[in-house]
Design a protein around this ligand. Structure first.
Ligand code: 8YV
Length: 321
């Protein structure tokens, strides 16, 4: 017994983060980076003081109820916490934290990549060159849409949304946003607030989803709202798949109502709706919003800062339950 708190770490983390875990805690690591089942999660938590999971582990009310009494905290290696039933955790007195701020720049970069990839047909072009299918050039070849100077609507003007707005202004785009409430004008990056999503949608030549997945936002982008977008709009989603009604988005991509979609997140990842793969006008990434060396280290440190506070009897900086 080291006297150190025991932390179950569910996935392989950056070396520097695991080094700090070894220094300050008794970590139970997952060097093979295998996805644990709920039963395994519960069994491996036996005798541990805290869990450091990713969004890949689902803490439903049932799983939270079955966690051993020794678990005091779930310190997520993620900003999104839709994989944790926060009410169930609060009911058991389990503290839950996340990792905001440190992944906003990286995720905004991926939003821009999704926008450009979808607008300029980057996936299609890459497949063509890689598959030795590129045979000719003509003025009509691989023509996409220019985003410079276009109007973009951002749904969710939190940390990521604000950086996306700033980056898009770099493309001379006119930025609009919808949020539960107007944010401080000094943070708006010149974007125009719309209290009503329905009023904003007809303006959005590009629509970027940047809000968390909650019961209120689940299925937010449905057929009725897609119908309000201008014909030939581009949809990008770097937030959560749950925001999208897949049937509606796929129908609009097939019919030509939408020009294209750039997606980094999906319902039921990684077993995504296979119809997305069959469409040429989708630019698809495998949930890599925060996947930079800098950001993944910073996420680990941020989760550890939260654990350090909890075990020192202080309030953690990023408590969400
Ligand atoms: C992370 C994310 O990579 O932090 C989030 O909410 O969606 C991602 O960018 C992932 O969640 C790590 O657990």
């Amino acid at each position: 017994m080291s006297g150190k708190s025991v932390v179950l770490v569910t996935r392989k983390l950056p070396n520097a983060v695991e080094d700090r875990l070894h220094r300050d805690y008794e970590p139970r690591l997952n060097p093979d980076d295998r996805l644990y089942s709920s039963d395994e999660l519960i069994a491996l938590s036996e005798g541990a003081d805290a869990i450091m999971p990713c969004h890949t582990e689902k803490f439903s009310a049932e799983v939270v109820a079955r966690l051993p009494d020794s678990i005091k905290a779930i310190a997520n290696f993620s900003v999104g916490v839709d994989h944790v039933d926060l009410q169930a955790a609060a009911k058991r007195g389990i503290i839950v934290t996340n990792t905001p701020d440190v992944l906003s720049d990286a995720t905004a970069e991926i939003a821009i990549l999704c926008m450009l990839g979808a607008a300029r047909r980057a996936g299609e072009g890459e497949r063509l060159v890689r598959g030795a299918g590129w045979k000719d050039w003509s003025p009509a070849f691989m023509v996409g849409i220019q985003v410079t100077g276009k109007r973009v609507g951002i749904v969710g003007m939190g940390r990521v949304g604000q950086i996306v707005a700033r980056r898009m202004r770099g493309f001379d785009m006119e930025v609009h946003y919808h949020n539960r409430r107007r944010i401080d004008p000094t943070l708006e990056q010149g974007a125009i607030f719309h209290e009503s999503l329905e009023e904003m949608l007809p303006l959005c030549e590009v629509l970027s989803l940047n809000c968390p997945a909650t019961p209120e936002t689940t299925g937010l982008l449905n057929a009725a709202r897609i119908a309000l977008l201008p014909d030939g709009a581009i949809v990008i989603n770097t937030a959560r798949g749950a925001l999208v009604d897949d049937d509606a988005l796929i129908a609009a991509l097939k019919s030509g109502k939408l020009h294209s979609a750039g997606l980094d997140v999906y319902n039921n990842e990684p077993a995504i709706d296979p119809r997305y793969r069959e469409l040429d006008n989708t630019f698809l990434l495998p949930h890599v919003g925060s996947a930079t060396r800098e950001t993944r280290d910073a996420m680990g440190y941020r989760a550890l800062d939260n654990l350090d506070a909890i075990f020192a009897g202080r309030e953690p900086g990023d408590r969400v339950a």
